[in-house]
Design a protein around this ligand. Structure first.
Ligand code: URP
Ligand code: ZN
Ligand code: ZN
Length: 455
């Protein structure tokens, strides 16, 4: 063994045990009491939790969007991930009309090989079927480890939206080839109608971003999507669920089709639409927007009941000057907020405060993402898995500030939020990448995660 993490409390989704963890060649090779090995580095984790690294299955790194490019490069985003206990990041490379899946993925490979500080995978965003060629290609994409595809019901003017017919074809093909379809569900026509009305009336503040796409706008699209997935018995992963009515429809549909999965994000668990009334409301503009208190309560209830499968971030930060483009017109605010470094600390803090258990936090942020998206070597502390490990200090107090984050953005919606407990170290395949506040990894360390197809 090269490394032994001793005296810690190992927390998996299913159980909590006091044990040492032995690591060799980047893998977990032993779990037991009083592990010893000559020459091994020994880390004392007494009074600490030993957790599987989180898997953030929803990030947008260096993504051209909203008239600019999201502020975190692959280097900055994965560096921040490491410092927040995230050891695998899923990015969303986007197809421009006419591109093949292979072209979309290949366009990111070289940069990730150079820059990624933790392991990475891709969900490919599909905007156009290329006369059916994309459907033909999905099977070979799955064989190459790209087992999930995303589509948007929104961003019509941006040329990113798919219609119901396209969505249904993607669902059916995904079912055939062992893939997953991820969906951003909001109703584009309602958004356009509301937006035009507000602008004509001179209602231009960030509050109208929320009012142009309130609860019912998301609920309609959630219901439409689960309707298709249920009747076609096809796999569907609803990203960034934020509204109560859509959530209830999805939970109901899961009873008939257990291959429907629900993701929410920490921002919907922490903030409500009231943030859009603040002076800095534009910084919180993302889609779907934060909703009312009832929706937030429903999300927490669903988390506690095990009805929500995954918490991921939708990390898509923009700089203040870019958010400021929308000071007098909410439609000009680039949509998206930071989060990759806050995901695990936030959910673990919720556990530390007794809102959920630590096992649930691990399940939502690591075990379920690994299972749903076919990361066979990730998601738990078990012999044979990658040694992606977080040592967590439940006694630490931490106040989030842009100054103690490790991204490239210049502000964060999480500024001032206090957390109970915080990660102390992160290991990526046995290599220390984060140590007591500092990034100690290296760009290029991260590996592409070739995923298994769904069976
Ligand atoms: O506002 C958001 N969520 N920006 C990123 C793109 C998306 O819709 O997920
Ligand atoms: Zn989205
Ligand atoms: Zn997103």
């Amino acid at each position: 063994m090269d490394l032994i993490i001793k005296n810690g409390t190992v927390v998996n989704a299913g159980e909590t045990v006091k044990a040492d963890v032995g690591i060799a060649g980047g893998k977990i090779v032993a779990i037991g009491m009083s592990l010893e090995a000559e020459g091994a580095t020994v880390v004392d984790a007494a009074d600490k939790l030993v957790l599987p690294g989180a898997i953030d299955v929803h990030t947008h790194l260096a993504m051209p969007f909203g008239g600019t490019t999201s502020a975190d490069s692959y280097l900055a985003g994965t560096r921040a991930a490491a410092c927040g206990g995230v050891t695998t990041v899923f990015d969303y490379p986007m197809q421009r009309k006419g591109m093949t899946i292979k072209e979309v993925i290949d366009s990111k490979k070289a940069i990730c090989e150079q820059e990624a500080c933790v392991d990475y995978a891709y969900h490919c965003i599909i905007t156009d079927l290329n006369d059916g060629a994309i459907l033909e290609e999905m099977g070979s994409a799955v064989e190459s480890g790209i087992t999930s595809f995303k589509c948007f019901f929104v961003y019509k003017k941006e040329g990113m939206m798919v219609d119901d017919g396209t969505f249904v074809q993607l669902l059916l093909k995904a079912k055939e080839v062992g893939a997953m379809i991820n969906l951003h569900a909001e109703n584009p026509d309602l958004i356009d109608y509301n937006t035009e009305r507000f602008l004509a009336e001179g209602k231009t503040s960030a509050w109208y971003h929320y009012l142009s796409r309130p609860e019912y706008v998301e609920a309609e699209a959630d219901k439409r999507a689960v309707h298709w997935a249920k009747h076609l018995n096809a796999p569907l992963y609803l990203v960034h669920m934020a509204d109560e009515e859509g959530l209830e429809a999805a939970i109901e549909a899961k009873k008939e089709n257990p291959d429907i999965f629900i993701e929410t994000c920490p921002q919907y668990l922490e903030f409500t639409c009231d943030v859009y009334k603040r002076e800095d409301g534009r910084n919180f503009v993302c889609s779907p927007p934060m909703k009312g208190q009832e929706s937030q309560d429903a999300l927490w209830k669903a988390i506690k009941n095990g009805d929500i499968d995954v918490v991921a971030t939708d990390h898509c930060p923009f700089q203040s000057f870019e958010k400021d483009w929308g000071k007098d017109d909410f439609t000009k605010i680039p949509n998206g907020c930071a989060g990759v470094e806050n995901l695990y600390p936030y959910m673990l803090s919720a556990a530390n405060e007794g809102k959920i258990s630590f096992n649930q936090a691990v399940e939502l942020c690591s075990t379920n993402p690994a299972r749903i998206f076919g990361c066979a070597d990730k998601g738990s502390i078990a012999v044979g898995k990658d040694a992606d490990i977080v040592i967590y200090d439940p006694q630490a107090n931490f106040t989030i500030s842009v100054d103690n984050m490790h991204s490239d953005y210049d502000h964060t919606i999480w500024e001032g939020i206090q957390l109970k407990g915080y990660p102390e170290q992160t290991y990526s395949r046995g290599r220390l990448v984060y140590d007591h506040g500092d990034f100690v990894g290296e760009p290029g360390w991260g590996n592409f995660v070739k995923r298994e197809k769904r069976t």
